[in-house]
Design a protein around this ligand. Structure first.
Ligand code: PAF
Length: 280
């Protein structure tokens, strides 16, 4: 497996690829969820194609009080996992390579990036869009794979790709979970044992709301209260937001008629976890 650290070397590597190039953008600290994305990319690329994983802890998507410096960077273990899951190459640039002195151009999406995580993490999606556009431009990927756990990120990237006519096909993969329902996330490693024990409350709350929806509940306010009540059963959990939004536009809704998503962010101690569930 090839490790690429510069944009120039990545462009040269890409130019030699003959089949489809499938990109899996990550910030490293790879877990089985990323493993599933890489395996999916391998299938999409086929024997002739190339699976290119990017590992870059992107500073522009972290707020000033967020976890940029303590974000885990276990590069050797990441290389091992990426190789085992079928990656052909890893692009692992330094921040200076991606954002050289004088860098001053950013991508702002102005609709689907505003609510939910966009409201709690100002500037986050600007950083995500900017780095993803750069990664797509550098790698000229034919397909890019993202996880559905980051529901809003998927929508924001899809909007950017559509609006800016970026010639890539997006592929969104199902969330991988622990047996108790907790969505896999690199940030789960921050949880203390007591917080980890309570973390499945996010998924439990979503499933209880889904159950109410299946029994006919269509009021977003009442579904929201169901989620809130369940989260409140975990004393270490503090809600950042619970949103019930149109699946496509991410606009808040009062009554669930069209496909909608419940998206939530919850703090367990200082660790912020997200999850979502589609109501249909
Ligand atoms: O989902 C992530 O890990 C990041 O937001 C991404 C897409 C790799 C951009 O830095």
């Amino acid at each position: 497996m090839k490790i690429l650290t510069t944009i120039a070397a990545t462009r040269r590597y890409r130019a030699k690829c003959t089949g489809p190039v499938v990109l899996v953008p990550t910030m490293g600290a790879l877990h089985a969820g990323h493993g599933a994305l890489i395996q999916r990319a391998r299938k999409l690329a086929g024997k002739r194609g190339t699976v290119l994983v990017t590992i870059f802890v992107n500073p522009t998507q972290f707020g000033p009080k967020e976890d940029l410096s303590r974000y885990p960077r276990p590069f050797a273990a990441d290389v091992k996992l990426a190789r085992a899951c079928g990656a052909d190459a890893i692009f692992h640039p330094t921040p200076g390579e991606m954002y050289p002195e004088g860098f001053s151009t950013f991508v702002d999406e102005h609709t689907v990036s505003l609510p939910l995580c966009g409201a709690s993490r100002p500037g986050h999606f600007r950083g995500v869009c900017t780095v993803v556009l750069k990664l797509l431009t550098i790698t000229q990927a034919d397909v890019a794979v993202f996880g559905r756990k980051d529901f809003q990120q998927c929508r924001v990237i899809a909007r950017m790709v559509r609006d800016l006519d970026i010639p890539v096909r997006l592929d969104f993969a199902e969330t991988v979970r622990e047996p108790d329902g907790l969505a896999l996330s690199s940030r789960n490693t921050y949880l203390s044992p007591a917080e980890r024990a309570q973390a499945p409350v996010l998924r439990r709350a979503l499933l209880i709301a889904q159950d109410a929806f299946a029994k006919g509940e269509r009021s977003a306010a009442r579904l929201r209260r169901i989620v809130e009540k369940q989260i409140a059963t975990s004393p270490l959990a503090r809600v950042d937001y619970i949103g019930i939004v149109d699946d496509d536009t991410l606009a808040p809704i009062r009554t669930v008629k069209n496909p909608a998503t419940i998206a939530l962010a919850v703090f367990l101690g200082t660790t912020r976890l997200i999850d979502n569930l589609q109501l249909r």
